[in-house]
Design a protein around this ligand. Structure first.
Ligand SMILES: Nc1nc2c(c(=O)[nH]1)N[C@H]1C(S)=C(S)[C@@H](COP(=O)(O)OP(=O)(O)OC[C@H]3O[C@@H](n4cnc5c(N)ncnc54)[C@H](O)[C@@H]3O)O[C@H]1N2
Ligand code: MOO
Length: 390
């Protein structure tokens, strides 16, 4: 059994970033940016009015001054003349500020009568003018790598970059295995259960930025497993669920070995998740996850999510935090224990009594994995414990 950190390093060593593709802005949210976004223009491209009012020269417009309105500048329609002495130009928000004007008098501070205004309250020089390039200049960059957010996309659009270069979403094949499994919605036989891990992991994979490919349930026979492997060969990562342990019907490893599996490791000092295996099958990275549903989901958080980030060229997600225990915990055994837990409103962490790795209802009630190192001593209430946010 190898430690969790070493297993993660070995999993990540199997993975290289996917290739890139260009996507339009409206398909870019949450994608992994693979090349910097470079502004092709300056914004605003001209000095622009920030208010509706009058463009004028501040030294011509003390309180009480009477000015002639010689034209109009609107957003998208500049006034092309000059503002001379004793003159003003009607202007609207977003319009280019005419030459020679240095100030915007907001309309609330002017009394209009025909083509003349009287300044009610003088504006300070430069008031309400957004300078050219006040937002960004040509050549400004949004750096990569990053996971694109709506804020990134708004800025990229303003930079006039209609397409963004992102990493291809890695295709992750999910192979549930077991004679006892049926798909949700089917009617299970008396000795059968409904397959859940593949759906939970597919959701986790999609959220992390991968493309889950749900394959049919493989039966506990070498032929069925071989057929499943064959249909998954073109994926970026093959994940099997179940059949990873030592029972007579746990055939994943032996069948994969017959198919040429280049094994990186089998079994880690982790609870739940001990029988995890990793390697390459015909060149494709492969993870063999334990069948117990909580084990599979915890392995999803610890190994699959970082693996998808590696495919996308993104740093590993940081889910770590430290919090005080709401109650005492007994000493731990030899495996690093990822205990299902709940964060309380006061910030402390309550670890659930029942940690059996088959209990999806307990995982469902959890928002935290509280981590007990191998051979940790008994911990009193109030002691800080390392945690991962789910
Ligand atoms: N003698 C030993 N027995 C076991 C050991 C061991 O070290 N020695 N390890 C235990 C641990 S820890 C785990 S974890 C499990 C892992 O077993 P497998 O990976 O071989 O998984 P299965 O036997 O196929 O299934 C275990 C359990 O999970 C259910 N299952 C499987 N797939 C799904 C699915 N897609 N959706 C929902 N539930 C699923 C399956 O029905 C079993 O109940 O081995 C222990 N045994
Ligand atoms: O390692 Mo198993 O995953 O505890 O149930």
């Amino acid at each position: 059994m190898i430690p969790v950190a070493e297993a993660l390093a070995q999993v990540l060593a199997l993975i290289s970033p996917t290739g890139t593709e260009d996507v339009p802005l409206d398909a870019a949210d949450t994608r992994a940016l693979a090349a910097p976004i470079v502004a092709t223009r300056t914004q605003p491209p001209f000095a622009a009015s920030a208010m509706d009012g009058y463009a004028l020269r501040a030294d011509e417009a003390p309180a009480g001054a009477n000015l002639r309105v010689i034209g109009e500048a609107a957003a998208g329609r500049a006034f092309t003349g000059k503002v001379g002495m004793g003159e003003a130009v009607r202007i609207f928000t977003g319009a280019p500020v005419p030459d020679s004007a240095d100030t915007i008098l907001i309309q609330e501070d002017a009394d209009r009568s025909g083509d003349r205004i009287t300044v009610r309250e003088a504006a300070r020089p430069g008031a309400h003018i957004r300078p050219a390039g006040g937002d960004f200049f040509t050549g400004a960059e949004i750096p990569s790598p990053r996971r694109l957010s709506p804020r990134d996309i708004a800025l990229a659009a303003a930079m006039n970059c209609p397409k963004l270069t992102v990493r291809r979403r890695p295709v992750i094949a999910l192979i549930p295995t077991g004679d006892e499994l049926v798909m949700p919605g089917e009617v299970p036989g008396p000795d059968q259960i409904v397959s859940s891990n593949n759906f939970g992991l597919a959701a986790l994979i999609a959220r992390a930025g991968g493309q889950p490919r749900l394959l049919p349930i493989a039966r506990d026979t070498p032929d069925s497993l071989r057929a499943a492997f064959a249909s998954a060969r073109d994926a970026d990562l093959i994940i099997t669920l179940g059949g990873a342990s030592v029972g007579d019907h746990d055939l994943v490893q032996s069948t994969a070995a017959d198919e040429g599996l280049d094994l990186s490791f089998y079994k880690i000092a982790m609870r739940p998740g001990k029988p995890l295996m990793a390697g390459r099958l015909g060149g494709t990275p492969m993870l063999g996850l334990p069948g117990n549903p909580v084990s599979a989901m915890v392995c999803g958080t610890l190994f699959i999510e970082p693996a998808i980030h590696a495919f996308l060229g993104l740093p590993a997600p940081d889910r770590a935090f430290t919090a005080p225990l709401a109650h005492a915990l007994p000493a731990n055994g030899p495996r690093e224990h990822y205990m299902r837990a709940r964060r309380e409103p006061d910030g402390s962490v309550t670890v659930f009594d029942c940690q059996d790795s088959s209990l999806l209802s307990v995982l469902h009630a959890s928002d935290t994995l509280a981590i007990r190192p191998p051979h940790a001593k008994a911990a009193p209430a109030g002691q800080d414990i390392r945690c991962l946010a789910l």
